[in-house]
Ligand binder design. Structure first.
Ligand SMILES: Cc1cc2nc3c(=O)[nH]c(=O)nc-3n(C[C@H](O)[C@H](O)[C@H](O)COP(=O)(O)OP(=O)(O)OC[C@H]3O[C@@H](n4cnc5c(N)ncnc54)[C@H](O)[C@@H]3O)c2cc1C
Length: 378
C-alpha cells in the first residue's frame, strides 16, 4: 500500500509519521514543491514554534477557531491538545507552558520540532521528494492507493492582521497598552476582548488580532473599511461604568479630569481620550449629567474607523480552503474523490494566534492517518 502526501509542512509530516506509526508496512512519500520542508514551522512563533495551547483559557472552541470549531471538537476526542503535548514529549521534544497557556519546545527553538520530524521520517523510511510541485493531486490516485493534500493556506482570505486607523494623535501613543478592552465592529456580531496595543499605524494586540480573525470574511468583503468600537473598561455593563465614574468624580472633586485615571488607564491614553471630548481641564466637581454620559460613552463605546489592514509580522494565517461539508467529518476523506484526504490549513479551518493553528494541523493530520488505517480494516 502506498500513500502520497502533497506538501511537506506541519500537517504533511505529522500525517506521514502517524501513518507509519499506525501502519508500519505503508509506503509513505512526501512531495514538496520547494527545496526545503517545514519552512513555516521554522519561522513560526518568532522562531520558537508555538506548537499548541493548553486551551485552559478557552471555554468554547469557537473562541479559538472562528472557522472549523465544530469539526475540531469532534476530532479533539481522538487527538486533542493533551495528546499532542504527550506525543511531542514522548518523541523527544520536552515542552513548556507559558503563563498565557501557549506551549513551546523547552529549547525555545522551532528546530527541536523540525529535528524530531526529520528524525522520525528517517527512522520510518518516509520518502521525501523536494522540488516536486503537484498540479493535480487527483492524478496521483493512479499510482498511489491514498493521497493526502496538505498544501497549507494561501489563496484564501487573510485572518490575522492588525488595523490601520488614520489618526495621527493616536499614532503618537505608539507602544501604549490597555490591559483589558472589548473590541467590536458596530452593526455586526463580531467582538473580542483582551489587551490592546497602539501602534504607529493603528491598533494591534490580542483584542484586535482576535477580532480580525472572527471578522476575516466580513472585513475582506468590505475592503478593510469598517467602523470599530473600543470599550476601554473591559466592562459590558455601562451602568457599572457610570457608577465607577461618579465614584471617582466624588472622590476627586478638586482635581481636573486629566488628573484622575479611571480603570487604571495609561495616563497618555486617558489624556488623548479626554481631548477627544474637550473635557481634560474640567474639575471633577464641574461634571454634570450630560458630561457624565459623554464620559461613559467615551470609555465604553469609543468610535474609530478601520481604514485598511496591516499584516501581523509573526502570524499570517488565511481562512478559506476546502469546504468542510465536502469531506467526511471523521476521516477528512473527500466526498467527491474517494481515497483523497485533506489535512492542515488547506481545509477551511483557522485559529486565532496562540498555537491553535498548529494544533489544528496535528489533529486533522492524525484524523486522516486514522481514517486511512480504518479504511483498510477487513
Ligand atoms: C510567520 C508565521 C508564523 C506562525 N506562527 C505560528 C505559531 O507559532 N503557532 C501556530 O499555531 N501557528 C503559527 N502559524 C500558522 C502555521 O504556520 C500554519 O497554520 C501551519 O503551518 C499550517 O500547516 P500546513 O502543513 O497545513 O501548511 P504549511 O505549513 O503551509 O505547509 C504546506 C506545504 O505544502 C507545500 N505545497 C504547497 N502547494 C504544493 C504543491 N502544489 N505541491 C507540493 N507541495 C506544495 C508548501 O510549500 C509547504 O511546504 C504561523 C504562520 C506564519 C506564516
Amino acid at each position: 500500500m502506498k500513500t502520497a502526501i502533497v506538501g511537506g509542512g506541519a500537517a504533511g509530516f505529522f500525517c506521514a509519521i502517524r501513518l507509519k506509526e499506525l501502519m508500519p508496512g505503508m509506503e509513505v512519500t512526501i512531495l514538496e514543491q520547494q527545496r526545503r520542508v517545514l519552512r513555516k514551522v521554522e519561522i513560526s512563533g518568532g522562531g520558537r514554534c508555538n506548537c499548541t495551547n493548553t486551551f485552559a483559557d478557552i471555554s468554547d472552541l469557537s473562541q479559538a477557531y472562528p472557522r472549523g470549531h465544530r469539526l475540531l471538537k469532534r476530532l479533539f476526542k481522538q487527538f486533542g491538545p493533551e495528546d499532542a503535548f504527550r506525543w511531542f514529549e514522548q518523541h523527544g521534544v520536552p515542552l513548556v507552558v507559558q503563563p498565557d497557556q501557549c506551549v513551546f519546545p523547552a529549547a525555545q527553538d522551532s528546530h527541536a520540532i523540525i529535528q524530531c520530524f526529520l528524525g522520525e521520517a528517517r527512522r520510518h523510511g518516509i520518502g521525501i521528494r523536494l522540488n516536486c510541485k503537484v498540479e493535480d493531486p487527483r492524478q496521483l490516485l493512479g499510482s498511489y492507493d491514498f493521497v493526502v493534500v496538505t498544501t497549507g493556506g494561501g489563496g484564501g482570505v487573510p485572518s490575522l492582521f492588525t488595523f490601520n486607523i488614520a489618526d495621527t494623535e493616536l499614532h503618537g501613543l505608539m507602544g501604549t497598552v490597555a490591559e483589558h478592552v472589548l473590541s467590536s465592529i458596530p452593526g455586526t456580531k463580531f467582538r473580542a476582548e483582551g489587551p490592546l496595543l497602539i501602534t504607529h499605524w493603528g491598533m494591534s494586540g490580542p483584542a484586535i488580532l482576535k477580532l480580525s480573525s472572527y471578522a476575516a470574511r466580513y472585513l475582506a468583503e468590505h475592503a478593510y473599511q469598517a467602523p470599530l468600537s473600543i470599550n476601554w473598561t473591559g466592562e459590558t455593563n455601562t451602568e457599572l461604568v457610570r457608577t465607577h465614574i461618579i465614584y471617582i468624580l466624588r472622590e476627586n472633586e478638586a482635581k481636573t479630569l486629566a488628573g484622575v485615571r479611571p480603570y487604571s488607564l495609561n495616563a497618555r491614553l486617558w489624556h488623548y481620550l479626554l481631548a477627544k471630548i474637550g473635557l481634560g481641564d474640567r474639575r471633577c466637581r464641574e461634571i454634570g449629567p450630560k458630561q457624565l454620559s459623554r464620559l461613559t460613552e467615551l470609555l465604553t463605546n469609543d468610535q474609530y474607523r478601520i481604514s485598511g489592514r496591516y499584516h501581523y509580522k509573526e502570524e499570517f494565517v488565511t481562512c478559506g480552503g476546502i469546504p468542510l461539508d465536502t469531506v467526511n467529518s471523521h476521516t477528512l476523506e473527500s466526498k467527491q474523490a474517494p481515497r483523497l484526504y485533506y489535512a492542515g490549513e488547506v481545509l477551511d479551518i483557522d485559529g486565532i494566534t496562540g498555537g491553535f493553528n498548529f494544533q489544528a494541523a496535528w489533529t486533522t493530520a492524525d484524523a486522516v492517518a486514522r481514517g486511512i488505517a480504518f479504511s483498510l480494516l477487513p
